[in-house]
Each structure stands twice: as C-alpha cells, then as structure tokens.
Design a protein around this ligand. Structure first.
Ligand code: COA
Length: 164
C-alpha cells in the first residue's frame, strides 16, 4: 500500500498558483513546446493528439500564474488499463523546474489511479535520468528490473513500480 504525502499546494516556500486539469487540444502547442525543450527525442505533435483520443489515456496539464494569464508549466501522460496505471511521459518547462510541479502532477496521477481502483503504477525511466529517478523514488516507486539498450545503444531503461 502506498503512503503518499502530498505537499499542500497553497503553503510553504514552493507556494504557487498551480492548477492541474485534464489537457485539451488547445493546450497541445504549449505541451509540444515543453516536450521539445525537455527531450532529445521528443514525441511528435500527433502523438499527443492521439493520446487525447484514447479513452484509457489522460494528459494532465499544470498551469502557473494568475488565472487570466496562467501558462503551461508541465504535463503528465498516463494510461489506465485494467488495474494498472502506466506513466508514459512527464515533463516540466526548464524555467519552472525544482518548484515541485512534477511532484504535484505525479501526486494527482497517483491519487486518481487509487480512486479508480488501480493496484499498481508502472513506468520506464532512463538509467541516466537522475532527476526523474529521484522524483519517482520520492513516491516510493521501486526499481524492479533493467531493460538493456531500451532507448538505444548504452541507454538502459529501469522499470519502476509502485503498489497502490
Ligand atoms: C524530471 C522532471 C519532470 C522533474 O520536474 P520538476 O518539476 O523539476 O521536479 P520537482 O520540483 O517536482 O521535484 C520533485 C523531486 O524530484 C527529484 N528531482 C527533481 N529534479 C531533480 C534533479 N535535477 N536532480 C535530482 N533530483 C531531482 C527530487 O527528489 C525532487 O524533490 P526535492 O526537490 O524535494 O529534492 C524535470 O526535470 C524534467 O522535465 N526533465 C526532462 C523530462 C524528463 O526527463 N522526464 C522524465 C521522463 S521519464
């Protein structure tokens, strides 16, 4: 059983007007912009379009700033299939990192998965991605196995799991 302690969104040094909601097609240009900044091999724009059309897929979008001028700071994409929540993608704008935004996105995804009776959350992460591995460990994801060269020569993936 996972014990998730989420930071309150409206207190502490990271206090920020952060709003998280399901992404719509209107959010996709801003999501794609962050995707291109975040990854050497970004998803295509059409990949995000496709995710929005899949009934078991959810893209969460995090906005910061006063409501009228809120800007997209990060997003998370998950699948919920049977009793498994699979995190496919999470990224935060380079100028908004270390503000707790990914933590809030992950928190939303985990809480929603528990509410929908998922019993496990899974993901793959590059072995070299220490920031992401730190994020997932904070949620008590456990590193289960290695997929050698999963992302290309010398780029192993670690499969991580969290019992919900
Ligand atoms: C990984 C990523 C999503 C983290 O987003 P973020 O909003 O900066 O993360 P948070 O501020 O919520 O940090 C939560 C925790 O993650 C870990 N973490 C985040 N960035 C880290 C870094 N640069 N180094 C080490 N640990 C880090 C820490 O444990 C942190 O908790 P702490 O601040 O209390 O130490 C962001 O760095 C990113 O977009 N990277 C590029 C895309 C990517 O690699 N996505 C993951 C694909 S699997």
């Amino acid at each position: 059983m996972a014990i998730i302690r989420l930071k309150p969104s409206d207190s502490g040094p990271r206090a920020n007007k952060l709003v998280i909601r399901a992404a719509t097609s209107q959010d996709l240009p801003a999501i794609f912009e962050i995707e291109r900044l975040a990854f050497a091999h970004p998803w295509s724009f059409d990949s995000f379009v496709r995710e929005l059309s899949l009934p078991f897929s959810l893209t969460l979008a995090a906005f910061v700033g006063p409501s009228a001028r809120a800007t997209l700071a990060g997003y998370l994409c998950r699948w919920l299939v049977a009793d498994e929540c699979h995190i496919l993608n999470v990224a935060v704008h380079p100028e908004r990192r270390r503000e707790g935004i990914a933590e809030r996105l992950m928190g939303e995804a985990v809480v929603e998965a528990i509410a929908k009776k998922a019993v496990i959350a899974t993901l793959e992460v590059r072995r070299s991605n220490l920031a992401a591995r730190g994020l997932y460990r904070k949620f008590q994801f456990e590193e289960r196995r290695l997929r050698r060269n999963y992302y290309g020569p010398g780029e192993d993936a670690i499969v991580m799991e969290l019992k919900l």
